[in-house]
Design a protein around this ligand. Structure first.
Ligand SMILES: Nc1ncnc2c1ncn2[C@@H]1O[C@H](COP(=O)(O)OP(=O)(O)O)[C@@H](O)[C@H]1O
Ligand SMILES: [Mg+2]
Length: 160
């Protein structure tokens, strides 16, 4: 059975992101999949808050990459407008993924062959206006550990 969790508001999604943050370490790659308005950016905002990022996190649609300095650097990609996979070289995509921070990639599934073998894919399903199902699809052992620790953390949070 695939692992995951459900949120019932944007705030709950941000809290879920904040719960992931302390579990992350340099080199982790999180790919986000889901339609426009699914809640990808909301999740990234929560991750940023959990990492201690103070700058505002918005969809970096026109930039492809926004860098935020927190406890760990947060590399926030949005590949929505990316047309050619070669453009990823121009923005230092591959080097960035292997560097000193955590990379979160909105629309990462659009260029799944460009993702590293090890990454956690988060598929966001919009169930109603306010309800989202988060499906965690780990690629690699580390991503599997991250996924189960994250689900535990979100459940613990919900019971507080
Ligand atoms: N459970 C939820 N989780 C995340 N966003 C939600 C939720 N319920 C409603 N929303 C709304 O959905 C929108 C999600 O926007 P955003 O995070 O920018 O989506 P994306 O980056 O996937 O295009 C926001 O307007 C947010 O308030
Ligand atoms: Mg977005």
């Amino acid at each position: 059975m695939p692992s995951g969790f459900t949120t019932r508001s944007a705030r709950e999604t941000r809290n879920a992101g904040a719960a992931l943050a302390p579990l992350l370490r340099a080199g982790d790659v999180i790919a986000l999949s889901g339609d426009l308005g699914a809640g990808k950016t909301q999740l990234v905002q929560g991750i940023a808050r959990g990492l201690g990022v103070e700058s505002a996190v918005t969809s970096p649609t026109f930039n492809l990459l926004m860098v935020h300095r927190g406890g760990l650097p947060l590399y926030h990609f949005d590949l929505y407008r990316l047309e050619h996979v070669e453009e990823l070289d121009d923005i230092g995509f591959y080097e960035t993924l292997e560097s000193d921070g955590v990379s979160v990639i909105e629309w990462g599934d659009r260029f799944s062959h460009a993702l590293p073998a090890a990454h956690l894919l988060v598929v966001i399903h919009r169930r109603t206006d306010d309800v989202r199902d988060f499906e965690l699809v780990p690629h690699g052992e580390r991503a599997g550990q991250l996924a189960s620790a994250w689900v535990d953390a979100v459940e613990t949070q919900g019971h507080r």
